[in-house]
Design a protein around this ligand. Sequence first.
Ligand SMILES: Nc1ncnc2c1ncn2[C@@H]1O[C@H](COP(=O)(O)OP(=O)(O)OP(=O)(O)O)[C@@H](O)[C@H]1O
Ligand SMILES: O=P(O)(O)OC[C@H]1O[C@](O)(CO)[C@@H](O)[C@@H]1O
Ligand SMILES: [Mg+2]
Length: 321
Amino acid sequence: MKTIGILTSGGDAPGMNAAIRSAVRTACHSAMEVIGIHRGYQGLLHGDTVPLDSNAVSCIVKDGGTVLYTARCQEMFTQEGIQKAVENARGMGLDGLVVIGGDGSFAAAEKLCAAGLPTVGIPGTIDNDIKCTDYTIGFDTACNVAVEAIDRLRDTARSHEKCSIIEVMGRNAGFLALDVGLAVGAADVLVPEAAFDVEHDVCQNILERKRQGKTHHIIVVSEGCKIDLQKMAEIIVEKTGVDSRITILGHIQRGGTPTMLDRVYAAKMGNYAVELLRKGIANRVVAIQRDQVVDFDIREALAMKKNIDFGLLEICRNISN
Ligand SMILES: Nc1ncnc2c1ncn2[C@@H]1O[C@H](COP(=O)(O)OP(=O)(O)OP(=O)(O)O)[C@@H](O)[C@H]1O
Ligand SMILES: O=P(O)(O)OC[C@H]1O[C@](O)(CO)[C@@H](O)[C@@H]1O
Ligand SMILES: [Mg+2]
């Protein structure tokens, strides 16, 4: 391959820049040309590009967000959009494409592969919800941001002897909530993968904790639970007598300096993706399995199943009392 394109798509994730840098520099070492595509698939459809050489990616390794910008693009859900993207890629002289994004971005990448554009995916999403990989770029930073915020919330919850209900991101998956809940020593963690009842489970747990002398309670809720937090707070007050406050952490979890872990995985996976394309191997997804970088056929990768660690959820709940 002589010329490759690179884009970031879906929600931005800290470490995406480190992956871009690694991919670009790896390509440069093999005398490949790199074209950066702005705003994900939107840029592919509208020819919004920038040439990337080694200097263009200087000093971005430490920056959150993505220098290529990112977007969600409705047109890619249509066959016409996919065809146009492939034609545009050919028009740009691309022999291959690197897509850094989440499961949705990979679904589009799989369609591009099927339509004849050699593509390799790098998992980049704070949700860690891509089935074939143990790890997605951005997850560690997002967890650390949430942990720091919740530690602060604990200070005030403890001082006022309240229950603090905190919603963390994760879309439909509880990976972020579970690890964050464990790390902050939450009284309870609610994830979409495990059914719960506020009155019977959450309130009973708080009452039991009260009996044990606990005076404040941290409850981490995954956004995927799609629960009315205000209502939940009211039920807790009514059933347990503990005054409750809610906090939705929101987009703060996507920002900030990427942690070392995110930078290291990003560097490894950016390099690996370009090496695959250089060897003429495409239609793959790069992944981390047992700390090793591996790759999977993109279609097979999308069909895989990934679930939260229910054993860990149980441990988290057991050690809350
Ligand atoms: N089934 C699909 N078919 C074609 N294109 C898709 C599909 N799903 C997603 N895409 C494309 O990928 C883009 C990003 O997808 P999505 O919004 O799901 O984010 P993501 O890549 O999963 O990242 P994150 O979950 O971290 O935000 C979509 O806006 C769309 O352009
Ligand atoms: O950027 P938006 O459109 O608000 O999307 C938010 C979603 O993106 C993510 O931050 C990353 O997928 C999810 O956790 C969240 O559900
Ligand atoms: Mg996603």
